[in-house]
Ligand binder design. Structure first.
Ligand SMILES: Nc1ncnc2c1ncn2[C@@H]1O[C@H](COP(=O)(O)OP(=O)(O)OP(=O)(O)O)[C@@H](O)[C@H]1O
Length: 617
């Protein structure tokens, strides 16, 4: 993504919001460095006084010693001030970086799921780690040094002109090509700086995807292809870094030879002027000593400008995420969710419409559906018909684009997201577990306030019951039982085991509404029936919506809703729908949807009533 044309200064000034707490120390540290640099510039003036005074006139030894002591004192003072800079600036820089990182993460949690289609995991990782590190280094070193070097160069230039206007003018002629080259450098470097940061993010994405999908890569023997891809991206990044280094070295070269050349011309001219008594020897010594003090600040300007442009690229990437408005927000005056009615919570989808993006086809086109309190409703439809989409509207993971979702008569958009998500628990088909103990993974399903009020024994009991209902007793046989860390995304567990822990997490908080996206697909039919019976026993009064692909799952529900062409075209008991609803019959017999035998095929569904009866018993 090319950098915007907004000025570097404006982009970097926005950092003040995060840097404000550190500003007093940064300013104090910068002032210490500035004073140290000005002291360095004062030394030549002392030399001028010594040469023109005691050395060339009366030869007073005492005056020379005094001058030497003054130079020594100035040197010590300069060293102390440089130390002060380090002591003052290092710590606040790290806390600014930490705050920015935390804000970025908090904001990411608030952003819609669709954001992840735009920025991959690696890009977000790079933005929150590498980019912020670059910004912090610039803030505590680059910015301070840039201000100090620029001020030193300006003050030095004035001193040169005051010491000898003619020599100063000759020396400062070099500023014209330097400024022009600096402008060119800025134009070129900001493009490659941004490209390098984007490519580093892409490279991080490759690593993340390969590690994540390592089993697929190995199973299909695609390790070499992944390596080739990685090497290509790493080469591209290296090429861009070399472009940066080349631009940087061209600038540094120009900043070294142009001032050196003009200084050489000024030296020749100065010697002639001193020989013809047009300038004093003391002034000549002071002139060249000042120019020598300016050499390092001048040479460092290229590097510091490069750092600034790197920080600007990092800042832009950080602000792009921060400027992305959360699609969902809490209402200004939220309504409180009333206590759970005795019979359970009633969920209503009223003329719900939804499209995944502006201008894209509507997935849901006027869904009317009531989930009766305390009952289980199975949602059935062809693959891609919008079942998962519909499910995600209930806990308000997305907002409807038309119509409304109501919990006990209240629009979910009038409640706080915390209230809605505390009331509605979800288990997805692909269960994501976190790198934490089994206990912590399960307790994640309990709303924070309720968890805080629980004693450790009560929390353990909630975990035990949830795992029992989800038939996840296998966790007790893990090496450390409930304390076993189940690893990144629970990779050390089988698919069915992960699903059961994720289900336990969904029910641990005894939610008012339970939304299940085919969460038992990896279980055998007998275990699924046991889990469903457990849910009925424990979650009495919980209203449940479950996406079902298998007849066995449907048979366990009280009612079935059929999703067809973005609408609910039938609601009823499984057996009745099977007899009266052709699309329902087709969905259940299609065995994989469009590739199945088709609407005309004879259903081969086992009679589910027997299974349901068995489970209820
Ligand atoms: N984040 C998204 N951005 C854009 N389109 C999406 C997104 N998620 C789903 N879709 C599209 O919305 C449609 C419905 O998808 P959805 O996952 O809701 O179907 P489903 O009925 O749950 O399918 P399945 O039974 O295979 O799980 C599909 O055409 C899908 O491509």
């Amino acid at each position: 993504m090319p950098p915007s044309d907004a000025s570097t200064t404006r982009a970097l000034l926005r950092l003040v919001r995060w840097a404000r707490p550190a500003l007093p120390r940064v300013v104090a540290g910068g002032s210490a460095t500035l004073v140290a640099s000005l002291i360095a510039l004062a030394v030549p003036q002392v030399l001028r006084w010594v040469v023109n005074g005691p050395l060339l006139t009366d030869g007073s030894r005492a005056a020379v010693v005094q001058a030497a002591l003054l130079v020594l004192l100035l040197g010590v003072l300069e060293a102390v001030l440089v130390w002060c800079r380090r002591a003052l600036i290092a710590t606040p820089g790290t806390s600014v970086e930490r705050t920015m990182r935390t804000d970025l993460f908090r904001h990411l949690l608030d952003l819609p799921v669709a954001v992840h289609d735009r920025w991959s995991g690696g890009q977000l990782l790079q933005r929150s780690m590498g980019d912020l590190h670059t910004v912090r280094r610039w803030m505590v070193f680059g910015l301070v040094q840039l201000v100090v070097s620029a001020t030193t160069v300006l003050v030095g230039a004035v001193l040169l002109l005051v010491t000898s206007p003619l020599l100063g003018a000759v020396y400062l002629c070099g500023a014209v090509p330097v400024v022009w080259l600096g402008f060119r450098f800025r134009q070129d470097y900001k493009v490659v700086a941004r490209r390098a940061r984007d490519q580093a993010g892409d490279l991080a994405t490759s690593v993340e995807e390969s590690v994540h999908g390592i089993r697929v890569l190995k199973a299909f023997g695609r390790g070499e292809d992944a390596l080739e891809d990685f090497v290509r991206q790493a080469d591209e990044l290296r090429g861009t870094e070399l472009d940066k280094a080349r631009a940087q070295s061209r600038m540094s070269f120009a900043l070294a030879w142009i001032p050196e050349t003009t200084l050489a011309v000024a030296l020749g001219l100065g010697v002639w002027l001193a020989a013809t008594d047009r300038v004093s020897v003391g002034a000549l010594v002071a002139f060249f000593a000042t120019a020598a003090v300016m050499t390092r600040p001048v040479e460092s300007l290229g590097q510091l400008l490069g750092m600034t442009l790197d920080a600007r690229a990092g800042t832009d990437r950080f602000l792009e995420v921060m400027d992305t408005a959360p699609a969902l927000s809490d209402p200004a005056a939220p309504v409180a969710l009333p206590p759970v009615p005795a019979e359970g919570t009633r969920v209503e989808l009223r003329d719900v419409r939804f499209a995944h993006g502006a201008g894209t086809r509507e997935v849901l086109r006027g869904v009317d559906l009531v989930l009766e309190p305390g009952l289980t409703t199975a949602l059935v439809g062809l693959t891609g018909s919008g079942k998962t989409t519909l499910l995600q509207l209930v806990p308000r993971l997305y907002d409807v684009t038309g119509g409304a979702v109501l919990l006990d008569g209240l629009d979910v958009r009038d409640l706080t997201r915390r209230d809605v998500r505390g009331a509605v628990a979800v288990a997805f088909e692909d269960p994501i577990l976190f790198s934490a103990s089994v206990r912590d993974n399960v307790l994640m399903g309990v709303p924070v306030e309720r968890l805080a009020a629980m004693s450790p024994q009560e929390a353990d009991e909630a975990v035990r019951v949830a795992l029992d209902v989800a038939r996840a007793g296998f966790v007790h046989r893990l090496p450390q039982g409930l304390d076993t860390v189940i690893g990144e995304e629970g990779m050390s567990l089988s698919g069915g085991q992960r699903q059961r822990v994720a289900l336990a997490r969904a029910i641990a908080g005894r939610p008012r509404v339970l939304v299940l996206d085919d969460p038992l697909s990896a279980l055998d039919v007998a275990t699924e029936a046991e889990v469903t019976a457990g849910l009925r026993r424990v979650l009495t009064g919980t209203t449940t919506l479950v996406v079902a692909h298998r007849t066995s799952t449907v048979a366990l529900a009280d009612r079935v809703a059929v999703l067809e062409d973005g609408r609910v075209t039938g609601v009823g008991r499984h057996a009745d729908l099977l007899a009266t609803h052709p699309h329902y019959r087709y969905v259940l017999t299609a065995e994989g949807g469009p590739d199945g035998p088709g609407p005309g095929a004879h259903p081969t569904v086992p009679d589910p009533r027997g299974l349901a009866e068995e489970v209820r018993r």
